[in-house]
Design a protein around this ligand. Structure first.
Ligand code: MN
Ligand code: MN
Length: 322
């Protein structure tokens, strides 16, 4: 026999521990999606409460416990997450962002009797049923945060694409229910911020460039003034609360606790802040108690969709390069 210990050692395959490792891009995309759902589930408990009421009842609200005015089960999410998932499915089915497909997906979502639904969303989906036009009429009044809370699938599917086509895609999904200049500006800023964080860009740069440009164009968004407490569903209130929390903290947990304890539209500020903080810090930064606390089926759907949308972005990118 010619076997020697040395030969065996050299020819034996290197045993790798099997860990389903994701590339940093996909990992941060998953963190953004799971972060969105966690912020939604965490914030929903204190939605429509004032910071003072929250303090009296919880001291600091920091666990996923359900309840709230919607009487949710612990870990259950609301329209912010379920509309995102509906949009993401439509994008994956079409292979691109398509206004008609988004309108159909939102309508099917509405028919399935969601736990909550915004007035603007309902009104413009009912109008769409009659008109068949997936672009709502331009309205000064439709400046709610309903388009912004569900935009993550667009940010992921358009990763790496030129900004002009990303803006068109953002408006295609947004205008199904919210056709409004301030909403548009906020949605586009949020999408570029998510993409910047996925690309590993520094938060100071992102703040200066993206958030700075938003305020330059629309000074009403200036967030570095008065602390935004009890933020309403008005997109300006939402953005101010989210940016204050995101840029004043240095980890996922602090950011989310800070934003939801402001009360008001806390599930939506939580969802948007969770999306940005997830993209910024990655999965490792998300507290285990929150990962475990989130409804499991929802978590798995978010993870799968994030990976599929990032994979789609590569395919779209390739077809653009051809
Ligand atoms: Mn909600
Ligand atoms: Mn809300």
């Amino acid at each position: 026999m010619f076997w020697s210990g040395e030969l065996i050692a050299r020819s034996a395959p290197v045993r790798r521990r099997y860990t389903p490792e994701r590339l940093p891009l996909a990992e941060h995309a998953v963190a953004a999606y799971v972060g969105l759902a966690i912020g939604d589930a965490l914030g929903a408990t204190v939605e429509f409460m004032t910071p003072n009421e929250i303090r009296v009842q919880y001291k600091v609200h920091e666990d996923i416990t359900g309840g709230g005015w919607l009487r949710l089960k612990a870990g259950q999410v609301t329209d912010d997450t379920t509309m995102s998932l509906a949009l993401g499915e439509a994008i994956l089915k079409k292979g691109r962002v398509d206004a008609h497909a988004a309108a159909e997906a939102f309508d099917a979502w509405m028919r399935a009797k969601p736990v909550d639904i915004g007035n603007t969303v309902r009104r413009n989906l009912v109008t769409w049923r009659k008109s068949g036009n997936p672009e709502a009429e331009l309205s000064q009044h439709d400046a709610g945060n309903g388009a912004a809370m569900r935009l993550l699938p667009v940010a992921l599917a358009c990763y790496g694409q030129p900004p002009e086509s990303t803006i068109l895609a953002s408006r295609a999904q947004a205008h199904v229910t919210h056709h409004n200049t301030l909403s548009d500006a906020a949605c586009e800023t949020l999408i570029f911020m998510v993409q910047d964080f996925l690309a590993g860009r520094d938060a100071i740069e992102v703040e200066r460039e993206r958030a700075g440009q938003l305020v330059e164009k629309f000074p009403v968004f200036a967030w570095d003034r008065k602390r935004s407490e009890n933020p309403s569903g008005y997109i300006v209130d939402t953005i101010q609360a989210v940016f204050q929390s995101l840029f004043a903290t240095e980890c996922f947990e602090d950011c989310l606790i800070d934003v939801v304890n402001r009360g008001g539209d806390a599930d939506t500020t939580g969802a948007i802040a969770g999306m940005l903080a997830g993209a910024r810090y990655g999965l490792q930064s998300i507290p285990r108690r929150w990962l475990r606390g989130l409804d499991e089926l929802t978590r798995v759907r978010c993870e799968k969709q994030a990976e599929a949308l990032i994979a789609l972005s590569g395919a779209i990118q390739e077809s653009l390069n051809r």
